[in-house]
Design a protein around this ligand. Structure first.
Ligand code: GUN
Ligand code: FE
Length: 452
């Protein structure tokens, strides 16, 4: 049911702050005509009974069945849209080989608009089916294909932030897949921004444009400087990869004599609307700089395991107050599911804390210090943390936020979740959902109150 100008009566969960789960029981959520949450009425509120009777009588209220739970939709902070055809494959080589051998040839195929439309259509449908109501996308260098991704997200109703990838460095990018010049990279980006901002169907800004230098190795300094200036001029989001692997981090140190973060900052690419993917090798100074500029990290735990040779020090970043959310890194990570990436974030944080080499005694193995997060943190990162990172009112079920939400049906046929009366209650139900839920459990989704 479309929920604009309607009410949903539901039980569920959200994580308005890190560490705290707000358990919602039989709340009434009023959604306004624009798809924004107008009010949340709780059973303890003095007027709850009266409001509930009024909403029921109006015939404009949807009630979730027992065993179904309302959650904020997921915010995936790092998706390479063109890499969807190679999801779950080609993960046996290092990043720099993977790019040249597998990824650039695949991305080059998006020159073909029909291929792009087909592939992007499947991706957006599958991400929505997995509960991702907002995605921050890298597209390719191609204007037509990137515009097609914009059109598809609008058509299918996903909230999306989309960048034409800028990559013009002939030293690192192949002839067959490269912006012809810094000007081509910059003007192509400007052209996509203009397209997104003037699209008639995009009045509510459900799709936003993103300045997207692929990463420092693939861009010339002229392109990076021009893209920084363009981001300042247009006030739009920025995304790139940062200090991802030993090779990448080392490349930037040797080319620029400084870290990725320092270099991106001098080009004007760090700000409140910047999302840096990975950021595994951040120094203490880099973290200070990110805090100062209010830029965010897209933590991609599954991808870290394949390409980084290290794990992002998530807990340290959170304790420092950095904005952090989660990314699947399709296809550097092998799963498009944010549930899988929540589980991955918990898992890698535990291994970072304990160490993993059984040849050492426990205390000698644990070299890193406290690093573990739990399901509450992971859920926060996948929802409110992502919204915070993007500076958008999404990821929480509170007044003033977009009603972007999903329903987890724990009773669906072949559900991997089993709940026991008298044993499971409160946020332990959410814990089971985070650890076990999959696509089959997601029965409904809304973006801006629209049922999709
Ligand atoms: N660095 C530059 N391009 C990419 C990419 O496509 N995926 C990942 N994981 N890292 C990158
Ligand atoms: Fe990536």
């Amino acid at each position: 049911m479309d929920l604009r100008n309607r009410t949903i009566c539901a039980s569920g969960f959200h994580a308005p702050e890190r560490g705290g789960i707000d358990v919602l029981e039989d709340v009434l959520i009023d959604v306004d005509a624009a798809g924004t949450i107008d009010a949340v009425h709780r059973p303890a509120d003095p007027d709850y009974r009266v409001v509930r009777e009024m909403r029921e009588a109006s015939g404009e209220m949807m009630t979730l069945p027992v065993g179904s739970y309302l959650l904020p939709g997921f915010v995936d902070l790092h998706v390479h849209a063109p890499q969807y055809p190679q999801l779950g494959s080609a993960l046996d080589v290092p990043l720099e080989v993977w790019l040249q051998k597998h990824t650039f040839p695949l991305e080059a195929r998006y020159e073909d608009l029909a291929f792009a439309q087909h592939s992007y259509g499947l991706l957006v449908e599958d991400l929505l089916a997995n509960g991702t109501t907002t995605a921050l996308y890298f597209a390719t260098i191609h204007q037509a294909a990137t515009r097609a991704l914009v059109d598809i997200c609008l058509d299918k109703g996903q909230r999306a932030l989309i960048g034409k990838v800028a990559m013009d460095n002939a030293e690192e990018c192949p002839d067959y897949y490269r912006d012809a010049s810094p000007e081509a990279a910059i003007e192509g980006t400007r052209s996509l921004i203009d397209y997104v901002r003037s699209l008639p169907g995009n009045g509510e800004n459900r799709v936003l444009p993103v300045v997207t230098p692929r990463f420092i190795p693939s861009c010339t300094d002229a392109a990076l400087a021009g893209l920084g200036a363009l981001a300042q001029e247009c006030g739009c989001h920025v995304q790139t990869h940062c200090s991802e692997s030993d090779w990448e981090h080392g490349y930037v140190l040797s080319r620029h004599g400084m870290t990725d973060t320092e270099s991106l900052d001098r080009f004007g690419l760090l700000g409140r609307k910047t999302v840096l993917a990975h950021a595994n090798f951040l120094t203490a100074g880099d973290m200070d700089r990110m805090k100062l500029t209010e830029s965010a990290v897209a933590h991609c735990p599954l991808s870290n395991a394949y390409f980084a040779g290290a794990v992002f020090p998530l807990r340290a970043a959170l304790e420092k107050g950095l904005h952090v959310g989660l990314g699947t890194d399709v296809s550097g990570g092998p799963s498009a599911s944010m549930f899988e990436n929540c589980r991955g974030a918990i898992l890698v944080s535990r291994m970072l804390e304990t160490g993993v080499d059984p040849n050492f005694a426990a205390d000698a193995r644990a070299t890193f210090g406290p690093a573990r997060i739990d399901f509450r943190d992971a859920f926060y990162l996948a929802t409110a943390g992502g919204g915070e990172a993007l500076d958008l009112p999404i990821g929480k079920l509170v007044p003033g936020y977009h009603f972007d939400a999903i329903v987890i049906d724990t009773k669906v046929e072949k559900s991997p979740i089993r709940l026991w009366d008298g044993l499971d209650s409160g946020d332990s139900i959410l814990q089971k959902i985070i650890y076990a839920a999959g696509r089959a459990n997601i029965s409904d989704r809304w973006v801006g109150g629209r049922h999709i």
